[in-house]
Design a protein around this ligand. Structure first.
Ligand code: MN
Length: 428
């Protein structure tokens, strides 16, 4: 439901938050974890080009009172998420009030302001959540159709289950890293089509997958299904997510249990968690159903979001990025709420800090694809980058940058960036 925190006319006394192209206006208020110098990790909210240090405000007694230990003098936001949706809503309203251009105890106290406001360029960002579990889905019909056409049969590109089940696999929480972390090219078993036996080698077909990650903030009990409406409310917020993928390793290993090492080596997420509440004005429905879903997956409300997404690539030594994709999260056939409902239907308990990858986000047009696999037709049609490089897949030193934002009336709800650079493989 919309409330005064969504008012497009609202402005902050933090001037950099009021520019029309600012990623973090007062309507956004995403949560992240940062440190300055040798200081400890703490929770903050992005506002314009600054970070509001919530640990300082908590200590000063300016935040809504809550029972229990402090939640912002912490290395992750899990303890805050565990307080639940009413506390999230009260906190957002309070923070918006403290940052409002109309004035507040924070704006009018220079000493407190000096301690609580940190320039983003002076801070180091960390993984915002303690990731309890990571599940990756496969929810874009265009992506699933493109991949099915490449590797199976263009006439029967979607597998028989796809229009009925949000397909997913359980990935690794241990290798989820924050934007800016270098990623080492994985080693793995690869069997070239002409070879009789596999070899252990560095991945030669390294790819990215443009995704959105949903972060679970309300747990569910083991053996207890949840409805799609409950699932929507269980999601605290969303991040950009790059599900790095080793296509050659994947092709050999995925039969019959799905991806394993080809996905386990790294997943990059953006540092700022954009809350479900901030995304409320940008809710849209999923595309029309090709086949009716089973009733447990039906949705009475629009649970997708209109989020514009971009991918850029930059080889080492080249200053200019090349934009290689423009797409939108609204194309996804299954919402995160449907995925979460499906995840819990068998009785799997969901935890505070679980991360659900949406699946590669591809749109219907050639310039809106979410992986190199699709863009280059499995390497057969290389891209040309600024600086002259040609790429079928990712080479060592290449950087992949993902960006996203919702376009509001005179403001943006920005996700910031998820970037990662590829380092050479370890010696096998
Ligand atoms: Mn994926």
């Amino acid at each position: 439901m919309l409330n005064p925190t969504h008012d497009p006319a609202r402005r902050s006394w933090v001037e950099s938050a009021n520019r029309p192209e600012a990623a973090f206006p007062i309507q956004n208020l995403p949560y992240g974890v940062f440190s300055v110098g040798d200081g400890s990790r703490r929770v903050g909210v992005a506002i314009g080009e600054m970070i509001l240090d919530l640990a300082v405000l908590e200590e000063a007694g300016l935040l809504p009172p809550a029972a229990g230990p402090r939640v912002f003098d912490q290395p992750d936001i899990n303890a805050f998420m565990a307080r639940g949706p009413q506390a999230w809503q009260a906190m957002r309203a309070r923070i918006a009030g403290l940052l409002d251009a109309a004035g507040s105890p924070l704006r009018d106290d220079p000493a407190l302001r000096g301690r609580a406001m940190v320039p983003q360029h002076a801070a180091r960002m960390h993984l915002p959540i303690a990731v309890r579990g990571f599940t990756d889905f496969y929810a874009s019909k265009d992506h699933a159709t493109n991949v099915g056409s490449l590797f199976r049969d263009p006439k029967n590109a979607l597998t028989a289950n796809w229009l009925h089940i949000p397909i997913g696999y359980n990935g690794r929480a241990s290798s989820v890293v924050v934007s800016g972390t270098d990623i080492r090219r994985p080693l793995g078993q690869i069997k070239p089509p002409e070879a009789e036996a596999p070899v252990l080698a560095a991945c030669r077909r390294l790819d990215f997958e443009l995704e959105i990650g949903a972060i679970v903030g309300v747990p569910s009990a083991m053996g207890t299904p949840v409805t799609t409406a409950q699932a929507y409310d269980m999601i605290f917020g969303y991040v950009l997510l790059n599900d790095w993928s080793a296509r050659d390793i994947q092709q050999w290993e995925y039969v019959p249990l799905g991806p394993f090492q080809s996905k386990a080596f790294a997943t990059t997420i953006s540092p700022w968690v954009v809350t479900s509440e901030a995304l409320e004005p940008f809710r849209v429905g999923t595309p029309p159903r090709v086949t009716p879903l089973l009733p447990y997956l039906a949705e009475a409300t629009p649970n997708n979001f209109d989020i514009r997404l971009e991918v850029a690539m930059r080889p080492t030594g080249v200053a200019e990025e090349t934009a290689i994709s423009h797409t939108n999260f609204r194309h996804m056939y299954y919402s995160a709420a449907q995925q979460l409902t499906h995840h819990a239907i068998g009785g799997c308990p969901m935890n505070v800090g679980d991360l659900l990858g949406s699946g590669t986000i591809s749109g219907p047009t050639p310039d809106s694809l979410g992986s190199l696999l699709e863009m280059t037709r499995n390497g057969a049609q290389p891209l040309t980058l600024h600086g002259g490089g040609r790429r079928g897949f990712i080479e060592d030193g290449d950087e992949i940058i993902m960006r996203g934002w919702c376009e509001g009336a005179g403001y943006r709800i920005g996700f910031g960036e998820a970037r990662g650079r590829i380092l050479p493989a370890p010696r096998g």
